[in-house]
Design a binder for this molecule. Structure first.
Ligand SMILES: [Fe+2]
Length: 449
């Protein structure tokens, strides 16, 4: 009888324990913490964003497709599959520990593009690099999901949030330490020393009813509570946290509305409370680094350039337990890939020149129309465009041009500075006065850990 009573007591304690464990994960689903990279080991992260992948079967390369990418923002959608092959070759060659993709994985959220991209990422993972993704504003419940056939665009399936975490299960969701029940955010632990707070900042819930994808982003109020749990867990395990999200943590120059998080201030405070010193973001399609300092703490926001847009560079973030974080950018070796695969496509064989030229072509009409009717001669417009083009290229490269003084003394630049009220004047002057190199950053170790 005594033994029976004891057993009932043990069973009672077990039931209480299990139900408490269940309660503690009421807004999370906890996984195990089994980092592949052990403490003290150096880590190399490759960082990219805004792949905007389009499945091969969704385009016949015809008139509608040509029009779409030739009148776009300079993204080379026509070469997105070869670019991903070149990038995969770089990854297999350089063997980073981790690849991070900070959203806008697909052109416009097409289900077929997601499925095909996931297969391409699987190839990277099989080569030994851990892959972590989060969604951007283009990826989920996107009413603009389209394929291209002949002279027409046609509607194709998009995906919902559940589909996203299923399709990309192998790239963060299945091995998450914690998942947020209010969003597709999750906590990943690739190494014992550095964990990734992967935040879903996209607002896709009302897209279908609105008939348009919402471009702005925010961290949901429930997710702020979840971030506190992640921070406590990371501190308990002596792991440093890096935040990864699609929208900017802080303003990057004039790129603000719809780009910076709507609740940027609250996010910065939450990150600083979590001892986060670095966030990796995308969305603005520019290589740019900004920082914010308050209460004796500095936090950096590195915006990665767009994967398919000039200069086709990716971020390389190295962590060492003695030196801290070092960030730089590296170009994709598209020409090397083209040679190795015996490509006969002249654009891929001479990709650097092609890509520069493509950016120039897509900018020309914008500059021309902004100046048309303002009384300039063709020669003047030509010299103004040349100045714009050199500064614009440098802007996308994330650093000032080598011959900045020469440019500032050029005829084109003088015309821009005196172009009363010209729409692009502010942009040109701000390009010419930016002397910061946004491709490099060193963050020394915060010794509190
Ligand atoms: Fe975006």
């Amino acid at each position: 009888m005594k033994i029976k009573k004891h057993s009932v007591y043990v069973l009672f304690i077990l039931v209480i324990f299990l139900s408490l464990a269940g309660c503690s994960s009421s807004n999370t689903s906890a996984g195990s913490i089994t980092p592949k990279i052990k403490t003290g080991k150096d880590i190399t992260f490759f960082v990219t964003s805004d792949i905007h992948y389009l499945a091969k079967d969704l385009t016949d390369g015809g008139e509608a497709f040509q029009k779409f990418f030739n009148t776009g923002d300079g993204r080379e959608l026509n070469y997105i599959a070869p670019l991903l092959s070149a990038f995969t070759r770089d990854i297999k060659d350089k063997k980073p520990d981790v690849l991070i993709v900070s959203g806008d994985l697909t052109n416009n959220g097409e289900k077929e593009s997601h499925l095909e991209l996931a297969k391409r990422l699987e190839e990277i993972k099989k080569s030994g690099t851990l892959v972590y993704v989060i969604p951007g504003n283009h990826d989920i419940l996107n009413p603009y999901a389209r394929g291209f056939r002949g002279s027409e665009q046609y509607v194709t399936d998009s995906i919902n949030d559940n589909d996203f975490s299923n399709i990309y299960g192998d790239f963060g969701y299945n091995d998450a330490v914690l998942r947020d029940s209010a969003s597709l955010s999750y906590l990943a632990a690739p190494s014992e020393d550095v964990w990734l707070l992967m935040l879903d900042t996209a607002k896709y819930e009302s897209n279908m009813a609105a008939g348009t994808p919402e471009a702005d982003g925010e961290i949901r109020s429930e997710t702020f509570q979840w971030i506190k749990k992640c921070s406590a867990l990371a501190k308990q395990h002596h792991a440093r946290l890096i935040a990864v999200m699609h929208h900017s943590l802080m303003d990057h120059g004039a790129v603000t509305k719809d780009y910076t998080l709507n609740n940027s201030r609250q996010a910065i405070e939450a990150f600083q409370a979590a001892d986060i010193e670095l966030s990796l973001t995308g969305h603005i399609h520019l290589q740019d680094i900004k920082s914010h300092e308050s209460g004796g703490k500095t936090i950096y926001d590195i915006a990665s350039s767009c994967f398919g847009k000039y200069p086709q560079e990716y971020g390389v973030l190295k962590y060492s337990s003695t030196g801290g974080f070092d960030y730089t950018t590296s170009p994709m070796d598209v020409e090397g890939w083209a040679r190795e695969t015996h490509s006969t496509d002249e654009n891929l064989i001479n990709f650097t020149a092609y890509s520069k030229d493509f950016l120039a072509k897509t900018s020309y009409s914008r500059v021309y129309f902004s100046l048309a009717g303002a009384g300039y001669t063709d020669e003047q417009i030509d010299s103004m465009f040349k100045t714009y083009n050199v500064l614009n290229q440098a802007y996308y490269e994330g650093k000032p041009p080598a011959n900045l003084e020469e440019i500032k003394n050029s005829e084109g630049y003088k015309l821009w500075t005196s172009a009363d009220g010209a729409t692009m004047q502010k942009r040109i002057i701000s390009f010419a006065n930016s002397t910061v190199d946004n491709t490099k950053l060193h963050i020394p170790l915060n010794q509190d850990k």
